[in-house]
Design a protein around this ligand. Sequence first.
Ligand code: SAM
Length: 201
Amino acid sequence: MAGFGETALLTAGLIAVAVVVVYTLRLGAPPWPSSPRARRVLLEAVPTESAIDGEILELGCGWGGLALALAARYPDRRVLGVELSPVPWAVARLRALAGRVGNLEIQRADLHRVDLSGAGLIVCYLNRDAMSRLAERAATEARPGTWIVSNTFGLGDGRPVARRFVGDLYRTEILVYRIGEDSDGISDDATGPRFAHTRDC
Ligand SMILES: C[S@@+](CC[C@H](N)C(=O)[O-])C[C@H]1O[C@@H](n2cnc3c(N)ncnc32)[C@H](O)[C@@H]1O
């Protein structure tokens, strides 16, 4: 027979799973992390630190794995991970605290209400609807020059300045956008993202 501790643990686990399911249905996006391969390609596709003017936002940071990697990639920038689903948010926050990552903050918030005006780089892996809403807001709220890097889903009708294939079975792409620019307006220079192995748009 299960003891009190085991029963309590099992109950807590079931409640946590139920909360994750409810929020997945509500938000239309599961807290499914970017695959290790997609994360690696994304981290290669993001701009160099000197090409970014502003803070780094990860919208929908899930369990925090990519947010931690971004904080390590940009040690001198503030990285803000935003997550609404309570269980992934709590885990991401604990991971940031446990790792004593000084430049990473994890906030529980709706990404559609986050101020985009201070962002220099926005990273996301969401869904089509959320990306369309983000595209509309970014067009008016984000400053010209802000980078948006998305795993899989395009930024509304926007034209990416670069795209990189992850090389997996799903033909996953990492799409790079820059507010105020399209693919004709960017060159493969030292201050932009490293576009080697990148398909021209
Ligand atoms: C597919 S996961 C991506 C996790 C992480 N960004 C990664 O790439 O590893 C998408 C996350 O976005 C979150 N999300 C979806 N809509 C949201 C919203 N309106 N506000 C905050 N988070 C949201 C989901 O809860 C989920 O954890």
